[in-house]
Ligand binder design. Structure first.
Ligand code: GTP
Ligand code: MG
Length: 362
């Protein structure tokens, strides 16, 4: 650097108190980072509010990032967006692989766009890896929706824990709502606990089924059927039409056996052909009927508050667990206690007690 430049910088410093070459390099870097950070969140909030999808995508990338620097920015963005959130209908869509979830969303989404809605599609799929998995497939299956200006499709965050993936999706809902999306569709694969997670972040739960998959009526998926606000038999076309109608009647009968819902809503059944765009409008009418009823009887608002409470507890539990297992004393003591357990020198409760004492010592 020339002498003249140095003088200029010094002068600049003296007059404005701004950046100077004489400042310690670390401090300068810190300031730069702060400056970069502040506007970044603010600019993104402004752009999201305008419905800018590039900004929305970028903000979701911050939400999904595991870096603590990014999380800080993400929290700022979420806080900034929160006052503009909540104005949407959140619909969870589930069903076994191949039932036609993506095809249904393409068809349903297009119908909503035709009605002047803005539609965001998010997914909760803890099994999806960074490399893609079902994500790429989904984007190609929703190839028309993806091109639409008023549609936004964002594949699942990747991550090992369902809790983590679900939290990110929940935060993305807030950002999508602030961007003006008024229907949020959340697809999840019919595996494990992901339906429960999606159920606890949506207003309406749609279960897609196929005719002839009768074994599911009796057993393992009972819990999911119980969560459903509508059961839709998809692929009601061609030779399958009659069987689909029959399945609809059977499901309707089965639904009567479940206890009535806190929402006062009687779960409905329907058939559709997602691929032929048949029966889709009737499903939107069912959703609207549900929204009307639950907004009138107060359940809609009540349930969103309950969901927020649930997620507060979930977040605390996740954080406590992470802190616990990352605690240096736990890291050294836990393996020793596990060994002691093998040799019957301690009990699970005694060992857990010891660990908790260590954890809460600090
Ligand atoms: N006949 C018929 N086929 C359909 C219908 N809907 C979807 N399909 C077909 O079923 C297959 C699976 O559809 P997807 O929409 O990919 O199903 P999905 O539930 O999203 O599947 P995963 O993402 O793998 O869980 C595709 O070959 C679709 O073309 C329908 O209404 N009728
Ligand atoms: Mg799919």
């Amino acid at each position: 650097m020339s002498k003249k430049q140095q003088t200029d910088s010094a002068l600049h410093k003296n007059t404005s108190g701004g950046k100077s070459t004489s400042l310690d390099a670390n401090a300068a870097e810190y300031i730069k980072q702060q400056r970069l950070k502040q506007p970044e969140a603010e600019i993104l909030i402004q752009e999201i509010r305008k419905g800018n999808q590039v900004a929305l995508s970028r903000a979701i990338t911050f939400v999904e990032s595991t870096s603590s620097k990014h999380s800080e920015i993400a929290q700022k963005i979420i806080e900034g967006c929160l006052p503009f959130a909540n104005q949407s209908v959140r619909i969870g869509i589930t069903g076994v692989p191949g039932v036609g979830k993506s095809t249904f969303i393409e068809s349903f989404g297009k119908l909503l766009l035709a009605k002047g809605k803005k539609v965001a599609v998010l997914t909760v799929d803890p099994s999806s890896s960074v490399s893609g998995g079902s994500i790429l497939g989904d984007k190609t299956r929703m190839e028309e929706l993806v091109k639409e200006e008023n549609a936004f499709i964002r594949p699942s965050a990747s991550g090992k824990s369902l809790g983590g993936v679900a939290r990110k999706t929940r935060e993305s809902i807030i950002l999508c709502e602030a961007a003006g999306f008024d229907v949020i569709l959340i697809e999840t694969v019919g595996v494990g606990q992901s339906e429960t997670a999606v159920h606890s972040m949506t207003d309406f739960f749609l279960l897609l089924k196929l005719a002839g998959a009768g074994d599911e009526l009796q057993g393992i998926k009972r819990g999911i059927m119980e969560m459903a606000d509508v059961i839709v038999i998809n692929k009601a076309d061609g030779e399958n039409t009659k069987a689909a109608q029959q399945a609809k009647v059977e499901f309707q009968r089965a639904l009567h056996l479940f206890p009535s819902k806190e929402s006062n809503w009687t779960p409905k059944t329907a058939t559709c052909s997602a691929i032929n765009n048949e029966g889709i409008e009737a499903i939107w009418e069912i959703v609207q009927g549900y929204i009307k009823l639950t907004k009138e009887n107060g359940f809609f608002e009540h349930e969103r508050i309950e969901q927020n409470k649930f997620w507060l507890h979930q977040t605390i539990e996740e954080q406590l667990k992470t802190d616990f297992y990352n605690h240096p004393d736990i890291k050294t003591e836990l393996p020793k206690l596990l060994k002691a357990l093998e040799k019957h020198k301690t009990t699970p409760f005694e060992a857990a007690n010891k660990l908790f004492k260590l954890f809460s010592k600090k």
